[in-house]
Design a protein around this ligand. Structure first.
Ligand SMILES: *[C@@H]1O[C@H](CO)[C@@H](O)[C@H](O)[C@H]1NC(C)=O
Ligand SMILES: *[C@@H]1O[C@H](CO)[C@@H](O)[C@H](O)[C@H]1NC(C)=O
Ligand SMILES: *[C@@H]1O[C@H](CO)[C@@H](O)[C@H](O)[C@H]1NC(C)=O
Ligand SMILES: *[C@@H]1O[C@H](CO)[C@@H](O)[C@H](O)[C@H]1NC(C)=O
Ligand SMILES: *[C@@H]1O[C@H](CO)[C@@H](O)[C@H](O)[C@H]1NC(C)=O
Length: 883
């Protein structure tokens, strides 16, 4: 259909609403408006005859509109809103004069409320039967709303506010209803809200800001509107100063309420005093400690959390059916107090819980646990044995303070405010939350944890927080209720004190910090290996008696290795079967001998028995050297730890041998190799699940670090990673395997599956205890062995893995790594190929040197090595180069 238009007809109308400044009295004010109209009309006959009488007399239309809308000497008509002007104009067009079937109208208010250039309303109507017409579309528009805000990723853009121009248009879902109702959009309130909210933001991207504006608009529209009201909001936002050679950069989006299920669904927008809650809820708790044995304090607090009925006996607060499970934990962080230097550093973490305890009772529980663990009342931010805070509780916004006291944060004591009001300014809260729930949307700030952390790090000048792994001290000290170092607590297993802890940089700070700006140099740790097996492949039964074992350990202690790995059952292909009893009989005596080195029969330290000071220092170093037990069997792990080991190193990552693929099919397709018969569950249940349950239980109960290696059962098994070839840069020969190579993805997926099962859910191992090992040399080809070494850091990068709908965050993101290359056969294969040299394990020290240097460069936390003194030299230089 042809169209006849009149554009921007200037009319003055009397309006009650919408003057630039809020009106003083109730009198309407005169406002200039532009009326534009378009009328579909077949012009062919006019075109042929060139006779205007056959067309629409737009001069008549225009003057009718002007005279009917403009006020007469009695100050009439006066309109309540732009909507009324529009409806009146349709009346004039469709009901009087020419017999028009349809019309389109746009009314623009030229001197609108502050901050925007124009407000407009736009609609289309169809003539009905008799004296009626129907509105078919209706849009409200805010044009060129100008705000100043911090936006952009450029460092300079973070310093000054810049101009943003925004257009918002709102399509009414049900225009026919509008024509009959008295409702009108309160443009002034909406523009003011958007202006204020946008000025408070500091997004990195225009995309995020645009989405935020759409959300705020929808939120405004939802006030007082019926539940099924579903408008569509289109937002265009431009950054006029972003580009030098273009007028502006711009983003346009359209959104409805359903696009913000988390932010708009919750009916409780106002803080509630005490929501009525039933069922299981999820909450985030932050834990911090900086006096006493912080690690022990945190572990005790976490265990007390899970026995609420023992901690609080008042059943009005904690009812008899109360339950609470810790279902996820963050990494552990250490922050050095910046100005108060005589204070020890703070240890922080967070956990996710699932509970049916209501928020106020949960707060009582936390306060009681603080008391039990030994909180001394102290000055704010001063020393704390343990500090527990509810950070988040579902999507709830809770404030138990009287409404008039909510303006300040100085009166929080004794009250519950959730989400925690200071969380967005605290790295030691945001980082732990990011480890567990990066995509949680803060219910009142409407930003993801990920976004809040990025924004904070952007403006923060504090040194990055370090992560820590504590090693508990075993054997447990004899229980002495009066000793302050062993908090006696109701209903929980004893928690060991801390032997030592390792500090390493958080992954984000690793990249952000240039070497010259680093405060502390991070240090690669060395794990020495002691094979208490007669058939060990690399040292062939040299250390299988206690005196020779101790001789080796003393050498390692002299070289200052960080941890001694003791194993009693070789995982070498074809190694002989060893029973559980035999394995315990090999490793436990070695652990005992190390822990009691230099002590006489009475348990007295052998001073005054002729040991020189230097010798005694060496023995003391052996007695307190962390020991890791290299086993896949829960019984062996438990016995060795209770005898004095401090860490579990499991090449099958808690799933036992013969567990590929994992999770296993309910009935193993093939009978297990006869040698493994001791490991088969009698009920025919998949043994992998059995291993998982038991290893997890022991690791959780004893609270020790665990090294979880990627393997596919026996070392010689399946080396095919082609199912992961979907990633870019798939394997491409020796030199070119790069980022995204299939084997890297395979390790992320296969080991990630196990790590998630170990860390998450009720009874999970604390995330800070997990060290992952990509398993170089286990079910890998030469290229894969080299790729895992060359690009090892990528195994734990924070990237998306999987394809299609299975894409998700790398489950290994952020975990520290242990890399073992020492004397392995892929080094032998290279020496054979390049030099025609046939080598035994002990001839590969120099070759190992190159591999260890590479692992250090890739950011590995621990390297596992045989030639400890040599590797100490390598690591010292490599650390100086790269760490
Ligand atoms: C249009 O209408 C005006 C006033 O009603 C009249 O003066 C004018 O002659 C009309 N024009 C035509 C071409 O009919
Ligand atoms: C106008 O709307 C009414 C009510 O929805 C409907 O009954 C009528 O048929 C419509 N008229 C036209 C011309 O679309
Ligand atoms: C907003 O709308 C006006 C009028 O249609 C247009 O001139 C302007 O460029 C638009 N601005 C943006 C940021 O889209
Ligand atoms: C750039 O945008 C501004 C504001 O929208 C406009 O007034 C100006 O004419 C534009 N300049 C060019 C070169 O397009
Ligand atoms: C990869 O390394 C392991 C351990 O050294 C070895 O058993 C395997 O044979 C290597 N792959 C090749 C093809 O050399």
């Amino acid at each position: 259909m042809d169209l006849i238009r009149v554009n921007e007809l200037l009319v003055t109308v009397l309006l009650h609403s919408g003057s630039r400044w809020p009106p003083k009295g109730s009198k309407p004010t005169a406002q200039p408006i532009h009326v534009s109209l378009a009328i579909p009309h077949d012009i062919s006959s006019t075109a042929e005859s060139d006779d205007l009488s056959k067309s629409i007399n737009y001069s008549t239309l225009a003057s009718t509109l002007r005279s009917s809308l403009s006020p007469n000497s009695n100050q009439e008509p006066a309109f309540e809103s732009l909507e009324q002007v529009l409806l009146r104009s349709f009346d004039l067009l469709l009901l009087h004069g020419s017999n028009l079937p349809r019309a389109y109208l746009k009314i623009v208010q030229l001197k609108p409320p502050l901050h925007c250039k124009a407000l407009a309303i736009e609609g289309e109507a169809t003539r009905g039967t008799g004296l009626s017409w129907n509105l078919t579309t209706l849009q409200h528009r805010i044009e060129d709303l100008e705000c100043q805000t911090i936006i952009g990723v450029n460092p300079a853009e973070r310093l000054e506010r810049q101009l943003i121009r925004i257009n918002v248009s709102i399509a009414a879902p049900n225009p026919t209803l509008v024509s009959t109702s008295e409702d009108s959009l309160n443009f002034r309130a909406l523009t003011r809200r958007l202006y204020q909210k946008v000025e408070e933001t500091s997004y990195l991207t225009l995309e995020a800001l645009t989405s935020f504006i759409a959300l705020e608009t929808l939120r405004h529209l939802s006030i007082d509107s019926p539940p099924d009201f579903d408008p569509k909001v289109t937002v265009r936002a431009a950054k006029p100063y972003a580009l030098v050679f273009a007028n502006s950069s711009e983003v346009e989006i359209s959104r409805r309420s359903r696009d913000y299920p988390n932010q708009l669904s919750s009916p409780t927008k106002q803080p509630v005093d005490q929501p009525a809650l039933t069922g299981i809820h999820s909450a985030a708790i932050a834990l911090g400690s900086n006096i006493g044995d912080s690690f022990q304090n945190i572990e005790v607090a976490l265990r007390l959390l899970e026995v609420p009925l023992e901690v609080i006996t008042d059943r009005d607060i904690i009812p008899g059916d109360a339950s609470l499970s810790v279902v996820d934990t963050s990494f552990l962080y250490e922050s050095t107090p910046m100005y108060v230097t005589d204070q020890p550093s703070f240890i922080n973490c967070a956990c996710m819980i699932e509970t049916n305890i209501i928020p106020t009772s949960l707060l009582v529980l936390l306060k009681k646990i603080e008391e039990i663990v030994g909180r001394q009342p102290s000055f704010r931010n001063g020393p704390r044995a343990i500090d527990l805070d509810i950070i988040l509780y579902d999507q709830l916004v809770i404030d138990t303070r009287p409404i008039n006291d909510r303006q300040t944060l100085d009166n929080l004591k004794g009250h519950l405010v959730v989400p925690h009001p200071r969380m967005a300014e605290r790295e030691f809260v945001l980082r732990p939350l990011f480890d567990m729930i990066p995509n949680y949307v803060h219910p009142s700030l409407h930003k993801k944890i990920d976004t809040l952390l990025k924004e904070l790090l952007f403006i923060s000048s504090d040194p990055p927080m370090d992560r820590v792994i504590p090693f508990p001290r075993y054997p447990l000290p004899p229980t002495n209720p009066s000793s302050p170092s062993s908090p006696v607590s109701p209903g929980i297993d004893p928690v060991p004190p801390t032997l030592t802890h390792w500090k390493y940089p958080s992954p984000a700070s690793k990249k952000a910090t240039t070497p010259s700006k680093k405060l502390t140099q991070s240090k690669t740790r060395i794990m020495a290996t002691l094979n208490a097996t007669p058939d060990s492949f690399s040292d062939g039964s040299v250390h299988n008696t206690i005196p020779t074992a101790l001789g080796y350990v003393r050498e390692a202690a002299r070289a200052m290795v960080d941890v001694m790995d003791v194993g009693g059952y070789s995982t070498r292909p074809g190694a002989a079967f060893v029973s559980v009893e035999e394995e315990i009989g090999r490793v436990v005596p070695v652990v005992r001998a190390m822990r009691s080195l230099g002590e006489d029969e009475d348990g007295e330290v052998g001073e005054g028995h002729g040991a020189s000071g230097e010798e005694e220092e060496l023995r003391a170093r052996v007695r307190s050297m962390p020991i890791s037990i290299d086993t896949f069997r829960p019984e062996v792990a438990e016995k060795a730890i209770l005898a004095g080991a401090n860490c579990i190193n499991d090449v099958y990552a808690f799933t036992g041998p013969g567990s590929f693929p994992y999770p296993p099919a309910p009935h193993p397709p093939h009978p297990l190799p006869p040698g493994n018969s001791g490991d088969v569950d009698k009920d025919g249940q998949a043994p992998a699940a059995e291993y998982m349950r038991e290893m997890k239980r022991i690791a959780r109960k004893l609270g020790v670090p665990v090294v979880l290696m990627h393997s596919r059962g026996d070392a010689g098994m399946n080396k095919d990673y082609s199912e992961y070839d979907y990633v870019n840069g798939a394997r491409n020969g020796w030199g070119l395997a790069g980022s995204g190579s299939a084997v890297l993805e395979g390790v992320r997926v296969e080991l990630g599956r196990k790590v998630e099962e170990i860390v998450k859910g009720k009874g999970g191992v604390r995330r800070w205890y997990v060290i992952v090992d990509p398993g170089i040399g286990f079910s890998k080809t030469v290229e894969d062995n080299l790729t895992l070494l060359r690009c090892g850091g990528e195994v734990t990068d924070d990237v998306l893995i999987g394809v299609g709908t299975n894409r998700k965050r790398n489950p290994l993101a952020g975990y520290p790594q242990l890399v073992g290359t020492s004397r392995k056969s892929f080094l032998g294969a290279i020496l054979q190929k390049e030099r025609g040299k046939s080598t035994e394990g002990k001839d590969r020290t120099w070759a190992t040197t190159a591999a260890v240097a590479c692992a250090v460069q890739q950011g590995t936390l621990v390297v596992r090595a045989h030639d400890t003194d040599e590797m100490k030299d390598v690591v010292a230089v490599a650390d100086a180069l790269w760490r």
